[in-house]
Design a protein around this ligand. Structure first.
Ligand SMILES: [Fe+2]
Length: 207
């Protein structure tokens, strides 16, 4: 058997050894759209929508992580209530992240996914590593929601304009509505009402 043939035989021999540490070129670059599934959506539409959805995804992943940070680091008399609420909102944002990411992929795009790439893409202000008091935690969360809600309104209108009804529906029904509801639940914690003693009417007028 010639040397070349022998080498080819060795390569194709079935072997129990796992093939570890493999690397290869990307199969699709970030920022591009591939294949046309039979969706009746032109490439420029899918390109614009995936770019916008990736911004929404990066912001949503950041908000999701801000909820977990707040869940772990919260302190004070409302600890237990907020600890649970922050985790509930975190779980809801996890679902939204998956829905946005999978819409990007089905439109032929590439979803942003890793923390470093998300950090470079998001418009949400980076919080410090340390702990902050409750009003600051809630304010940061509300600011993040505001960025996402503003973007949702623009994106939903644009998606409708250029014929991507699926993206419009996802953004309005799943992302916008969930964010609006979470904003309500958070905001009520920033209303300065007495915990035990009702305020005298005379004090109220003077204030
Ligand atoms: Fe937990």
């Amino acid at each position: 058997m010639a040397k070349k043939e022998l080498a080819a035989t060795r390569q194709t021999t079935i072997n129990a050894q796992p093939r570890l540490h493999q690397r290869a070129s990307e199969i699709q670059a970030y920022g591009t759209v591939s294949h046309g599934l039979p969706l009746e959506l032109e490439e420029p539409v899918r390109l614009e929508m995936t770019e916008q959805l990736n911004l929404l995804l990066a912001d949503t992943m950041t908000l999701r992580d801000l909820y977990k940070k707040s869940h772990w680091q919260v302190a004070g008399p409302t600890f237990y209530q907020l600890h649970l609420l922050f985790d509930k909102h975190y779980d809801e944002q996890v679902e939204i992240v998956d829905e946005i990411a999978e819409r990007i992929q089905l439109l032929g795009g590439v979803s942003v996914s890793m923390a470093a790439d998300v950090a470079e893409t998001t418009r949400i202000e980076r919080p410090p590593r340390g702990r902050e008091e409750v009003p600051v935690q809630i304010s940061r969360l509300l600011d993040a929601h505001q960025i996402i809600i503003g973007h949702c309104r623009q994106l939903a209108r644009r998606a409708s304009e250029i014929g991507d009804d699926g993206t419009n529906d996802l953004v309005v029904s799943d992302v916008l509505r969930a964010n609006e509801l979470q904003v309500w639940f958070l905001s009520e914690h920033l209303v300065d009402v007495p915990l035990v003693h009702a305020q005298e009417p005379s004090v109220r007028k003077a204030g």
